[in-house]
Design a binder for this molecule. Structure first.
Ligand code: ATR
Length: 290
């Protein structure tokens, strides 16, 4: 069998994985990780588990008792799990949220693969080098925190964070001012800085299914020929991306982020390179079914 760490399977002969959240029924993580296990030839399971807020601590005790190798954590538990973990890696600590837990014989470590998964996808699919670039991030919520932190590791020239509530963008910029040149601003201030921007990234929910006629940036404001990226993957091509494509921009949707956050998680659990294409195909096929 093609498994770098056979000791992972020593208890049950199967690699036990899953995801906790509430709701969880529509998560695409099970279909994606089952395809990954099949492609790697690892016997195992990845199960969706609906866990209420009050049960997060007991659920993590259960993960240890049942011998799960690891789990993903999704909304609304990305902050809730933290007090129950033994350790946080540097990225999860800075972002203050966990989406992946590794169980080493009862010792739980929390990671955050959202931001690094996003940046890996952006670099693979849209722009190979972010060093020296000027990047505009729309939104300053939980998703933006992960993305902005991962972007600082790429040494861009400057990161602008624009948010409907300007205070939140300014607070984020102040918190991480030692990591990069980050400037917080109101959405209304965007036109003044758009001229020098190389990449625009939407982290807000504007344009997400079912409100697909929404866009966080009016079409006429999109600079021609730059890179425009949207974290949303339902729909695969948001109105922002369709408008940007018409302007000759390189466009990048959210599917790659979802696949790559899962790929990093799988790499933490197994120590093996993730079969990214099999994972992407499985998610795409399941989106067509639903
Ligand atoms: P997430 O974890 O997905 O980032 P969040 O923390 O609730 O979720 O953040 C949502 C982000 O989308 C915020 O930046 C929010 O702006 P506010 O801080 O002003 O609320 C932004 N957002 C949501 N709906 C929006 C809308 N209709 N117009 C502009 N921004 C919006």
């Amino acid at each position: 069998m093609n498994l770098a760490k056979p000791e992972l399977l020593k208890h049950t002969g199967e690699l036990l994985l899953g995801v906790i959240g509430d709701p969880i029924a529509h998560s695409k993580s099970p279909v994606m990780h089952k395809a990954a296990l099949a492609a790697l030839g690892i016997p195992g399971a990845y199960v969706p588990m609906r866990v209420s807020r009050e049960q997060v601590g007991t659920a993590l005790e259960g993960i240890k008792a049942l011998g799960f190798r690891g789990i993903n954590v999704t909304i609304p538990h990305k902050l809730e799990v933290i007090p129950f973990l033994n350790e946080l890696d540097e990225t999860a600590l800075k972002i203050g949220a966990v989406n992946t837990i590794v169980n080493d014989g009862g010792y739980l470590t929390g990671y955050n693969t959202d931001g690094i998964g996003y940046v890996r996808s952006l670099k693979e699919e849209a722009i190979a080098e972010l060093k020296g670039k000027s990047i505009l991030v729309l939104g300053a919520g939980g998703a933006a925190r992960g993305i902005v932190y991962a972007l600082t590791l790429e040494h861009p020239d400057r990161i602008y964070v624009a948010n409907r509530t300007a205070d939140k963008a300014e607070a984020l910029a102040a918190e991480w001012k030692a990591l990069a040149d980050i400037r917080g601003m109101a959405m209304d201030d965007i036109p003044a800085i758009l001229g020098g921007v190389d990449v625009i990234i939407n982290t807000t929910s504007v344009g997400m299914h079912p409100h697909t006629d929404g866009t966080p940036l009016d079409s006429e404001r999109i600079p021609p020929g730059i890179v425009v990226s949207d974290l949303i993957y339902n729909p695969l091509k948001t109105l922002l991306l369709a408008d940007s494509e018409k302007k000759g921009c390189v466009i990048h949707g959210g599917l790659g982020m979802f696949v790559n956050q899962g790929a990093f998680a799988l790499e933490y659990w197994t120590g093996l390179p993730a079969p990214v294409e099999a994972m992407r195909s499985a998610v795409l096929a399941s989106m067509k079914e639903s």
